[in-house]
Write a protein that binds this ligand. Structure first.
Ligand code: GUN
Length: 305
């Protein structure tokens, strides 16, 4: 048996096409386009490459895009002032501060400073709280978990009543996706187990999963005999395991992909799986934020399109 590959690259293309039509509709109705600012502090190579891709995608969609690069030495106060400036800017609908930040800046303070109605990353506690409460009045969903859920839906995997096992408990992926999959609604209604480094017999839990979501940051952690035959496997790991002769990073997931393909029913590759979906969902959040602003609605009162 060889698993069906769930291509994040192809799904991203479909989502971006849908969003491009929305941008056209927005221009026609309001004469405005979504505005996104991406703030990058310092020159962390991984962050530079993520931000470059985000900027490129925003520009391709016709967004008003500001790439605001700041030196590693910027003070926390100056960064807070900058965020406040974008909070007040009516042409900016989404503010993204690329993480991680230098050690002298509190990520918590920076995230808290972003207007929740412009928090297209979905990291602000107000949006995380709305996500936990669920329902139609939800705020912005964090992009990677939202991308994972979208991939599961678009791959035709049944989630209702399914056993979902999430490996990892980070604030950005593990915790939110575990909550989202257990909610009522589309692509959810699952029975969720969240496992982590202190879990006894990790493999045994994974073997029960109809949908296995792995966000541990450990290359090749999940072995083929951890996978239930026919399961859908979502590999969120992006581990730099080497450098090619041309100087490009060689990436590997948290799942032993070649062997897992022989057992799983559907599986995401690395690269080309979850990564492209994160960017697509960031763009989707930004378009939604722009509609909210143009229609004078707070995210709490806005029904998702
Ligand atoms: N660093 C790694 N992933 C992300 C992300 O999704 N958003 C931001 N802002 N920083 C990140």
């Amino acid at each position: 048996m060889s698993a069906e590959i769930i291509s994040g690259t192809e799904m991203r293309a479909a989502i971006l096409e849908e969003l491009a039509s929305e941008v056209e509709a927005m221009k026609a109705k309001y004469g405005k386009v979504p505005g996104l600012v991406t703030i990058l502090v310092g020159e962390n190579p991984a962050s530079v490459s993520y931000v470059t891709l985000k900027v490129k995608t925003a520009l391709k969609l016709g967004f008003h895009e500001i790439q605001d690069n700041q030196p590693e030495s910027i003070t926390e106060e100056a960064l807070l002032d900058l965020i406040e400036q974008y909070n007040q800017d009516p042409n900016i609908h989404g503010i993204l501060v690329q993480l991680p930040l230098p050690k002298h800046i509190s990520e918590e303070k920076i995230i808290y400073a972003i207007d929740p109605d412009k928090d297209v990353d979905g990291f602000h506690p107000v949006n995380l709280g709305r996500m936990v409460i669920g329902g139609e009045d939800g705020g912005f969903l964090p992009c990677t978990p939202a991308g994972i859920q979208e991939m599961i839906v678009r791959s035709g995997t049944e989630t209702s009543g399914a056993e979902v096992v999430v490996v990892g408990r980070s604030n950005i992926v593990g915790k939110p996706i575990a909550i989202m999959m257990g909610q009522k609604g589309r692509g959810a209604n699952s029975t969720v187990t969240m496992v982590h480094t202190r879990t006894r017999d990790l493999a045994e839990h994974c073997r029960r999963a109809d949908i296995l979501i792995v966000a541990a940051g450990v290359p090749g952690l999940v072995k083929p005999d951890w996978i239930k035959p026919g399961a859908t496997v979502i590999d969120v790991g992006v581990n730099r395991v080497g450098t090619s002769s041309t100087g490009k990073a060689i990436l590997s997931g948290d799942v032993d992909f070649a062997e897992a393909c022989k057992v799983a029913g559907k599986i995401t590759p690395v690269p080309g799986g979850v990564g492209p979906m994160t960017i697509a969902l960031l763009m989707k959040n930004t378009v939604r934020s722009a509609w909210m602003a143009l229609e004078n609605k707070s995210s709490a009162a806005y029904v998702c399109r």
